[in-house]
Ligand binder design. Structure first.
Ligand SMILES: [Zn+2]
Length: 311
């Protein structure tokens, strides 16, 4: 499988065997500043070249999996992704035109692909009702409900864009709404809010976490606000969908128990009749998206060959 993840600052690319073993990995620049067309051209070139490399190494490419940080319209194969400057971009059609219409191509949402990998080979293995929640530049959820990853035709899982901050504390979110979870609890929000509060520019959430460990009161204040909103979100999710395990991923999970322990305590304290989920760290890190896309693509080919509906 050829797998490409457009979710990060650079494209993460790989060749992945049927058992999930990564045979080759590389990163390439994503030319965002040159516009959406340039990003698409770079993706097409990457997929073609990785296919050539696979052939040269003696492998047969069975499918291509592409992970995008945006909304994939399942019916049309078009993608809307603000940070790739894509709006209704016909990514599936362009990929098929570049590599052949008989090729198997899977487009996957970055977080859902990561959740799929965690479900198959990571922190959610063995669960039928669970949640993968990466806290990175943004926040979105991969929801496993009764054994299936919920896609909602490409629109599901946007927990980061649900209002958990009210009153004057609510900030305008990039999505156009006020008080979204993402505006206080993403790794990016933590760094930005610390900067606004103190007038000090920090080097991402990592520095805020270091300040938190040193007992910096402003770091504690933005951290507490993030925790409160996250606990509200996890309690809502637990009440609605009853997960047995929640795996937190993304940059913030680098905080380890500093993050996980208060989330466990906060959620446990709020639940009454609901079943209490385990709250753990995701284990696959940055590779989850790429691996998930490859596993999805592989499963889709396997299902088709066995006459089942692809998932
Ligand atoms: Zn929002």
């Amino acid at each position: 499988m050829v797998a490409v993840d457009l979710g990060g600052t650079r494209m993460k690319c790989g060749l992945v065997a049927a058992d999930g073993a990564v045979l080759h990995r590389e990163t390439r620049p994503t030319p965002r500043e040159a516009g959406g067309r340039a990003v698409l051209e770079a993706l097409l070139e990457t997929v073609v070249e990785l296919g050539q490399k696979a052939a040269a190494d003696g492998h047969r490419v069975r499918a291509v999996g592409v992970v995008v940080p945006g909304i994939i319209d399942a019916a049309t194969g078009t993608v809307g992704a603000e940070n790739l400057a894509w709006a209704g971009t016909p990514v599936l059609a362009e990929l098929k035109a570049a590599i052949g219409h008989d090729q198997h191509v899977i487009l996957a949402h970055d977080v859902r692909a990561g959740g799929y990998a965690e479900l198959r080979q990571g922190a959610l293995t063995g669960t039928t009702n669970s949640l993968f929640l990466p806290l990175g530049t943004g926040i979105a959820a991969a929801m496993v409900v009764d054994g299936s990853l919920v896609s909602g035709d490409g629109y599901a899982g946007e927990l980061g864009h649900t209002r958990f901050v009210n009153g004057e504390a609510a900030e305008l979110c990039a999505c156009g709404q006020w008080g979204c979870l993402e505006t206080v609890a993403s790794a990016a929000a933590l760094a930005r809010r610390y900067g606004v509060r103190t007038g000090r520019v920090v080097d991402g959430s990592r520095e805020v976490l270091e300040l938190l460990a040193e007992g910096d009161p402003d770091a504690e204040a933005v951290w507490k606000e993030a925790m409160a909103a996250l606990i509200d979100a996890l309690v809502l999710y637990t009440t609605l969908v009853a997960p047995t395990r929640i795996a937190i991923g993304g940059g913030l999970v680098g905080a380890g128990e500093t993050l996980l322990a208060p989330l466990r305590e906060g959620v446990t304290a709020r639940l009454t009749f609901q079943r209490n989920p385990e709250i753990v760290a995701a284990v696959l890190g940055e590779e989850a998206g790429c691996l998930g896309a490859a596993l999805m693509a592989w499963d889709s080919v396997t299902a088709e060959e066995s006459g089942e509906q692809p998932v």
